[in-house]
Write a protein that binds this ligand. Structure first.
Ligand code: COI
Length: 377
């Protein structure tokens, strides 16, 4: 256990360094082949909230199991939200993150919907900096310009009050854990097959679809199991009201590239999560001469555009997925493949161009014209 003499302070974060950090050699082996979400760094950040004392007790401490009362309301009523954001190592060794104020803002939006307390930008970004001050050695160095290895950061907030009545908790804990990451999909950037869920819905109007809460992901898992049974890597969800409009994948947004240069993504509603990558792609696409359109897109338009060759590429995007081309859409009744594009669309030229542009920015290989990067270390 850390002792008081080990205690340091990073801004208002008190740091209790681990006395059992991972050995350099073992960490190096993990960083060579991290997979996604399987390994965790030596520390975690924590801030406590109580209805009387607001946010307090800012701390970075050794990574380890949480002690929760079995009556903690998160375990019963799912009052929980989270974020996903990455730390990137640049060629000079410095470590940066991408648009953290967008994640902080979305975290507050999610908090409001789940009746959780809101965390300031200063605490959100400060917690990432304080954690990285300890765990910077866990940020992998990319082997090439197409390598997407990074340290995936997972801020989350849980209702920890021991109370079985159904009401917003009076005690809440915020943590950040970190996990070295390579590509999210096993096949890397190879096109991923998508399962179209005919029965399950992810979100309904007035519900929590726009919030990043565990419940939305829990609701996607039965459909994700169907997807896996059909050799698909993700699920596409249609809207709950009309079963017609394409919304998003289980954990990613969708884009459709049209032959004439339009780049269409479903317009945001309260059933769609506003991705930071989605928002960035809309800006980068314009710089690449594409015409972004945010509007409703139906499953019929997907089917017809794929058959006629109007739609030439489809891709998924998210912090974890970066930009990953979509191959076919599979359902109980049909398989929708893109028929146009060059060489059966194998090149996914637009998706790959946008992916390179985004990665170059995130890894500091191109000029940060939009001021999207924040230095962590
Ligand atoms: C992310 O992209 O950060 C997510 O939270 C999605 C999840 C599929 C890992």
């Amino acid at each position: 256990m850390p002792t008081a003499s080990d205690t340091q302070f990073t801004s208002q974060f008190e740091t209790l360094p681990s006395n059992q950090p991972m050995a350099d050699e073992i960490r190096a082996n993990i960083l060579n082949n991290p997979g996604f979400g399987k390994h965790f760094t030596d520390h975690m950040a924590h801030i406590r909230w109580t209805v009387d004392a607001d946010w307090h007790g800012h701390q970075v401490r050794p990574y380890g199991p949480l002690t929760l009362d079995p009556a903690a309301s998160v375990l019963h009523y799912g009052q929980e939200i989270f974020e996903g954001i990455k730390a990137y190592r640049h060629a000079d060794g410095s470590i940066w993150t991408f648009r953290p104020e967008k994640n902080a803002e979305r975290f507050r939006r999610s908090a409001r919907r789940l009746a959780l307390p809101e965390l300031s930008d200063a605490d959100f970004i400060g917690s990432l900096k304080a954690l990285l001050a300890q765990d910077h050695a866990w940020v992998p160095t990319p082997a090439s310009a197409s390598d997407e290895c990074s340290l995936y950061l997972r801020p989350f907030m849980i209702a920890s009050e021991a109370f079985l009545g159904v009401r917003p908790a009076h005690e809440v804990d915020y943590y950040v854990i970190a996990s070295p990451a390579a590509a999210y999909f096993k096949g890397g950037v190879a096109p991923v097959s998508i399962w179209l869920s005919s029965h399950y819905k992810r979100a309904a109007p007035g519900g929590t679809g726009f919030a990043k809460c565990g419940g939305n992901y829990a609701a996607s898992l039965a459909a994700q199991k169907e997807a896996e049974a059909h050799q698909c890597g993700q699920v596409a969800f249609l809207d709950a009201a009309e079963n017609k409009w394409v919304e998003e994948l289980g954990g990613m947004n969708l884009f459709f590239v049209f032959k004439d240069g339009r780049l269409v993504t479903p317009r945001l509603t309260d059933t769609i999560l506003e991705g930071v990558t989605r928002n960035s792609v809309l800006t980068l696409a314009k710089e690449e001469g594409l015409t972004p359109e945010e509007r409703p897109i139906s499953i019929d338009e997907w089917r017809e555009g794929a058959a006629s060759g109007e739609i030439t590429e489809i891709f998924a995007c998210g912090t974890a997925a970066v930009i990953t081309p979509v191959g076919e859409l599979v359902s109980e009744h049909e398989r929708i493949r893109l028929t146009a594009g060059d060489a059966n669309n194998d090149s996914n030229e637009v998706a790959m161009r946008l992916r390179t542009k985004l990665l170059d920015l995130q890894y500091g290989r191109s000029e940060d014209k939009h001021g999207w990067l924040t230095q962590l270390v």
